[in-house]
Design a protein around this ligand. Structure first.
Ligand SMILES: [Mg+2]
Length: 402
């Protein structure tokens, strides 16, 4: 089953109300989807997490020409073909992010050809439902006292929808962060809560906030420190009584082996649309498992990445094994995103805060191609024989043959 054609779709949607976190504010949502077509017409879809324009160029110009005509079902072979092709100048970063979207599309395609879901391809499902935690509570442009009230209101709304777990943003400034944590716990005493600074703190600040989070019974402290300072994670973990979670900026089994070997991380968080794709996420899980560490993927984007993360969690053995094992938590982004909410005929179904693991072949979600045309879109297509088409932003692109 050969690869006949690789398309990319860069979709963009402007947000009416920007939202922010410790690093910047978003005013648009972007995604880069990869569509791979096999010679029998079966298509697989994947998603990249990160800069869509750069991914589009990397896939269209570099990886796609190398994959045309290759066996579409040989996911591991193709991963290492791509890895070796870019290893000398890109052991990670956006090239690995581009590979991730391609790899996810190949897993979707393989499942469709073989009539199996991605979780079945990954070895089978331990669970058919995955409890979610709501990711939201981002910052808005308003006075801090109003912002805390707004965040608490948003969180109460998730509780009313049936969520029993959620994650807030910290890292704005220490005073705000402490007041926010206190207000959240006071308003929602029984909610499972996590906090994410997106690497906003230095070590002394992270120790201070870590104590506040543990006093208020938070479940994990996510990205407390810069990913560049791996050894500080162990120093932090030795001083605070809350699990440290990180890894959304990390990639590959090699990167996670170095990060987790510090002994300062209790929860590994690769993103399947960035870490190297489902193929590499399985290897990362093996590395983590060998150290007794569980993997809870970072998940930000559309239904493609959400489906991939759901299958990955459903197929994951929880360390350490026991009869009454605690279920994993799926990150369920609740920030505004029409690209996630309006472009899928078959989405991941989440009800009362619990995701149903898709049972259809491949990722088990279906893109609504007609609906894509109502968004700003820039598309490319590479097919055999190789021809690359690029259309200006704002137009549905053409492409072609020769
Ligand atoms: Mg995060």
């Amino acid at each position: 089953m050969k690869i006949k054609c690789i398309r990319t779709h860069h979709l963009r949607d402007h947000l009416e109300v920007p939202f922010g976190f410790s690093q910047w504010f978003y005013d648009t949502r972007n995604t880069l989807w990869v569509e791979i077509v096999a010679e029998d017409g079966t298509t697989g879809w994947g998603e990249c997490y990160g800069p869509a324009e750069v991914y589009q160029a990397a896939i269209t110009s570099f990886y796609a020409p190398r994959l045309l005509g290759k066996d579409a079902l040989a996911t591991d072979v193709l991963w290492h073909l791509m890895w070796r092709a870019s290893l000398d100048f890109a052991r990670g970063g956006v090239m690995m992010g581009a590979m991730s979207g391609i790899d996810m599309a190949l897993w979707d395609l393989r499942g469709k050809v073989l009539g199996q879901s991605v979780s079945e391809l990954m070895g089978g499902r331990y669970i058919d439902e995955v409890p979610c935690y709501a990711t939201g509570m981002y910052f808005k442009e308003m006075p801090e006292s109003d912002l805390i009230a707004s965040i608490v209101d948003e969180a109460a709304g998730y509780q009313q929808q049936g969520f029993t777990a959620l994650k807030i943003k910290v890292g704005k400034n220490l005073s705000f962060d402490i007041r926010q944590v206190e207000a959240m716990r006071k308003a929602l005493p029984n909610m499972t809560m996590m906090a994410d600074s997106n690497h906003a703190y230095d070590l002394p600040e992270a120790i201070q906030i870590g104590h506040v989070l543990s006093e208020h019974d938070f479940g994990w402290f996510e990205e407390p420190l810069s990913p560049e300072f791996e050894n500080q994670f162990r120093q932090l973990q030795d001083k605070v009584d809350i699990p440290i979670a990180t890894g959304e900026c990390e990639q590959t089994r090699y990167g996670f082996q170095r990060l987790l070997s510090t002994g300062g991380v209790q929860i590994a968080q690769p993103d399947l649309a960035y870490c190297g794709g489902p193929s590499e996420a399985l290897k990362i899980r093996n590395v983590a498992s060998s150290m007794g560490i569980n993997v809870v993927p970072h998940c930000w984007g559309t239904m493609l990445n959400l489906a991939a993360a759901t299958h990955f969690l459903a197929s994951g053995y929880r360390e350490p094994g026991r009869k009454e094992v605690a279920p994993p938590l799926l990150e369920y982004d609740r920030t505004p995103n029409a690209l996630r909410d309006q472009l899928f005929e078959v989405p991941v179904v989440v009800k009362d805060g619990i995701a149903q693991v898709p049972t259809g072949p491949g990722l088990g979600v279906t893109v609504n191609k007609a609906a894509m045309k109502s968004f700003e879109i820039r598309e490319t297509e590479v097919k055999d024989p190789i021809h690359v088409g690029l259309a200006p932003a704002g137009y549905v692109a053409s492409v072609a043959s020769h």
